[in-house]
Write a protein that binds this ligand. Structure first.
Ligand SMILES: [Fe+2]
Ligand SMILES: [Fe+2]
Length: 489
């Protein structure tokens, strides 16, 4: 059957008292256009779903071994937002007579080639530049086109989804391009006058664009008779690196010479002084995204999408908690880079436990934060301290941790007969982890120097208060205990 001719004449259609027509979705002129179909909508959504999922997976997998703090947290943020985009897209596809959804199929070999070769970029600056200057602007265009071309009335839910995602992508691209330019500026300063790297990047970018062109671009609408290019010469398939890395501002990261929990739970110390230990505990949480990324990567095909969505949200929350610690120190006029921010939790878990055990430890710790002595206690201490920022942060940190315990109950506990058994397994797994407290010292990686008195003295100066002598003398380490104050054998 021939398609019906498109209505192109002016539609003059009076509404009652000239009220906006069609509940505000569009004009009548637009609504009588019939150039859209459910199949077209589903096809485009499935391609975009594939693309957002690749972006989410690639950034998540980079979090652990990315040394630069600002990039680590940026990847956690944008990776999470891409997961939200995947979620919204899946939901819409599922509403359109689609079971089975077929969302695991690769929509075009050219798209796969482009994202495989992008993800394998050995240099972070190349990865970031290609993502924010080249790939994402094309992805953004594809969402805008879907927003503008989908029938605004018949396919209103798709239009809304595309509109929100396109809107969010604008900010992601703006921030990402700034990051890319900063990395390139720093790189350029290091290799002044060297155009070899720039030529190599241009050739690689052209290769990515060729792969996209072979796919008919992101949404497949460009006619193409180009073949899918071979893999980029010399590129290795991307492999996840589970060893956490930190940039040079993280001095002495093996240092476990101060046990903040021992200070925090000691009733003899003042709430104000304890806020410093809480800010330290927050910023130290950077190790949680480093460890959680390993769970998401290794359970890529073992777990359904809903697991990845919820765990990605949790991963982003933990990155936020770390940044709340950073902000806390800034608010106190304290240079956090003078404090050794320990990273051996993610290092030890990622190198000593399997993925199920790591999930067990995560759940055990988060569930352990729920009793009165956990997150509520931290909030109460922060509230009593008179530092409004500490109270604000601990209030939201507590709320986030309640959510995380629920996520663990949904995805981890059902593997066991009971909550008790699930907790016991997590506890055992954590006890199995060797802290290497002695051996890190013996290897000369740290002296476990007690950094607390210097931090505390400086904070007291900033507050114009005399230090509490007992607090100043605090000298408990992690040598024989875990962060939940359990004694180690
Ligand atoms: Fe947290
Ligand atoms: Fe958490």
């Amino acid at each position: 059957m021939d398609p019906a001719p498109t209505m192109s004449r002016d539609v003059s259609y009076p509404t009652y008292r000239n009220l906006p027509p069609l509940a505000g979705v569009c004009s009548m002129q637009r609504a009588v256009q019939a150039e859209w179909s459910l199949d077209e909508s589903v096809d485009r959504l499935k391609r975009l779903h594939y693309v957002m999922r690749r972006l989410h997976e690639a950034l998540t997998a980079r979090i652990t071994a990315e040394p630069i703090y600002e990039l680590k947290t940026l990847f956690a943020h944008h990776g999470y937002l891409f997961a939200e985009h995947v979620e919204a897209t899946r939901k819409r596809v599922s509403e359109m007579r689609e079971p089975p959804l077929g969302l695991d199929r690769v929509p075009h070999a050219g798209l796969e080639r482009a994202f495989d070769d992008w993800q394998s970029a050995p240099q972070t600056a190349d990865l970031v530049a290609a993502l924010y200057h080249h790939l994402l602007p094309r992805v953004h265009r594809a969402w805008q086109d879907l927003r503008d071309q989908a029938h605004p009335l018949a396919d209103a839910p798709t239009v809304r989804t595309a509109k929100l995602i396109a809107f969010e992508l604008e900010e992601i691209i703006r921030c990402g391009q700034r990051a890319a330019d900063c990395l390139d500026d720093a790189e350029g300063a290091n290799n002044a006058g060297d155009s070899k790297d720039a030529d190599a990047r241009d050739a690689w970018l052209q290769h990515l664009m060729d792969a996209l062109a072979a796919a008919g671009q992101i949404d497949g609408r460009e006619p193409s008779d180009q073949p899918v290019p071979d893999p980029w010469p010399g590129s290795e398939p991307y492999r996840y690196d589970p060893v956490p890395q930190r940039d040079e501002r993280f001095r002495d990261p093996y240092n476990a010479g101060v046990n903040p929990e021992a200070f925090l739970y000691d009733p003899g110390f003042r709430p104000r002084d304890k806020t410093l230990m809480m800010y330290y505990k927050r910023i130290r949480e950077l190790d949680v995204p480093e460890m959680m990324a390993s769970i998401l990567v290794e359970m890529r095909s073992e777990q359904p999408w809903a697991f990845h969505m919820e765990m990605s949200r949790q991963l982003w929350d933990e990155a936020r908690h770390a940044m709340m610690g950073e902000v806390g120190f800034v608010s106190q006029g304290i240079d956090w880079t003078q404090i050794p921010i320990n990273f051996t939790w993610s290092l030890n878990l990622n190198s000593q436990l399997d993925v199920w055990q790591r999930h067990g430890v995560l759940f055990f710790i988060e569930q352990g934060l729920m009793p009165r002595t956990g997150k509520r206690y931290e909030y109460e201490v922060a509230y009593e301290s008179g530092d409004p920022l500490a109270a604000l942060f601990q209030d939201f940190d507590w709320a986030d941790e309640v959510l995380h315990a629920q996520i663990g109950r949904r995805w981890y506990v059902p593997r066991f007969k009971s909550l008790n058994e699930a907790m016991q397994y997590g506890d055992e797994c954590w006890s199995k982890v060797l802290s290497h407290w002695q051996s890190y010292r013996d290897q000369g990686l740290t002296e476990h120097h007690n950094w607390w008195p210097a931090l505390y003295t400086q904070a007291c100066q900033n507050w114009g208060q005399a230090p509490d002598a007992a607090a100043l003398a605090f000298d408990k380490t992690y040598e024989n205990s875990r962060a939940d104050l359990e004694e180690l054998d």
